[in-house]
Design a protein around this ligand. Structure first.
Ligand code: G4P
Length: 283
C-alpha cells in the first residue's frame, strides 16, 4: 500500500506517460477527494496539454460532501470536467461515459469535419499510487468488456478496453508521483496512508493528525474516543490509549497501538467523512 519514489522511478514513469499520452484524446486524472491538491502531480498539466481533461474526485465517500462540491466547482472553473466518484462502491461511475463524450466533443466535431466518423475516443487513467486507479478501471470496465489488441495473431501493442463503440480505455494506468518534497503535502499523504510511515514514526504521525483534527474537526476525537482535547497531542493520544484499553505488559499504556488505531480509524472512514484541504487554502 505504501510507496516510495526514487529518481529512477520518476524518470521511468514520466517516460511511460509521455509515450502513452501521445495515443490518447482524454486524460482521466484521479485525485483523492480528501486531499485533491496534495494527491496531484503538477506536471500533469504540462504532460496533458492539448488533451481533453477529466478530473475524478475519487474516494468521495471518505470526504465531506460540501467540500466535494466545492472542489468540483474549483476544478470546473479551471476548465476540467469533474465527477465525484466512489470507485469501490460504484458511485458516480454510470455517468462517466457520457461525461467522457462531452469532454471530447470538440475532438469528435473536428473528426467529423474531416470526414472521420465513429472513431472511438481514447482515454487513459492517471494518478498517484493508491488513489484508486485499478479499482476505478475495474468499476468502469467491469468484467464483461472486450479487450482489443494483443490477441494472438493481432499486432502487438497497447491493450485497449472497449467500453462501447465510442470510448476505449488504455488498460494500464499512468502512475504519477506526488509533490512529496513539500512537507505539508507529505504529511497529508502520510495521513491517508499513501506515504511510507517511516517519514514520521507512527506516534508522531498520529500526534499530527490529532493536531489537525482538533483544529478542523474539534468534535471528532471527543465523540469517538471520549477524550478531551489538549494543546499537547500526546496527552490526547495517551487518553485514547487509556479509553481503548491499549496496554502492554499487563497495565502499561501502549501509545503506539493507540496511534495505529487512530490512523486506521481515520483511513477507513470510521471517524466520519473528513476533508483535509480546502480550495481557498491552495490558491
Ligand atoms: P491504485 O491502482 O491507484 O494504486 O489504487 P487501487 O485501485 O489499488 O486502490 C487503493 C485502495 O483504495 C484500495 O484499498 C481500494 O479498495 C481503495 N479505493 C479505491 N477507490 C476507492 C473509493 O472510491 N472509496 C474508498 N473508500 N476506497 C477506495 P485497499 O486497502 O488496498 O484494499 P481494500 O481494503 O479495498 O481491500
Amino acid at each position: 500500500m505504501h510507496f516510495q519514489w526514487y529518481p529512477g522511478h520518476m524518470t521511468k514513469a514520466k517516460r511511460m506517460m509521455q509515450e502513452n499520452i501521445k495515443l490518447i484524446d482524454l486524460v482521466i486524472e484521479l485525485v483523492d477527494a480528501r486531499i485533491p491538491i496534495s494527491s496531484r502531480n503538477p506536471d500533469i498539466d504540462e504532460l496533458g496539454k492539448n488533451k481533453a481533461r477529466l478530473v475524478l474526485l475519487n474516494k468521495s465517500d471518505l470526504a465531506e460532501e460540501k467540500w466535494n462540491d466545492a472542489w468540483a466547482e474549483y476544478f470546473k472553473e479551471k476548465g476540467y470536467s469533474v465527477v465525484k466518484v466512489n470507485s469501490k462502491k460504484g458511485g458516480g461511475i454510470k455517468s462517466i461515459q457520457g461525461v467522457i463524450r462531452e469532454a471530447c466533443k470538440e475532438k469528435i466535431e473536428r473528426d467529423r469535419k474531416r470526414g472521420i466518423l465513429n472513431r472511438p475516443v481514447r482515454a487513459m487513467v492517471v494518478g498517484i499510487p493508491n488513489v484508486g486507479k485499478s479499482t476505478f478501471i475495474n468499476a468502469l470496465a467491469g468484467k464483461a468488456c472486450a479487450k482489443t489488441g494483443n490477441k494472438p495473431g493481432v499486432t502487438k501493442g497497447k491493450q485497449w478496453i472497449r467500453l462501447n463503440k465510442q470510448v476505449e480505455l488504455l488498460d494500464t494506468p499512468g502512475i504519477l508521483w506526488p509533490k512529496f518534497e513539500d512537507q505539508e503535502v507529505g504529511l497529508r499523504l502520510a495521513f491517508i496512508g499513501s506515504m511510507k510511515d517511516e517519514i514520521l514514526n507512527t506516534e508522531e504521525l498520529a500526534a499530527e493528525l490529532i493536531k489537525f483534527l482538533s483544529r478542523a474537526y474539534p468534535d471528532v476525537l471527543p465523540e469517538k474516543y471520549a477524550v478531551e482535547l489538549n494543546e499537547d497531542p500526546y496527552i490526547v493520544l495517551h487518553e485514547i490509549a487509556k479509553n481503548r484499553n491499549c496496554v502492554v505488559r499487563g497495565n502499561e499504556l501502549d501509545t503506539e497501538k493507540a496511534a495505529i488505531l487512530l490512523l486506521d480509524d481515520f483511513r477507513n472512514g470510521r471517524l466520519g467523512r473528513l476533508t483535509l484541504e480546502y480550495p481557498e487554502t491552495c490558491e
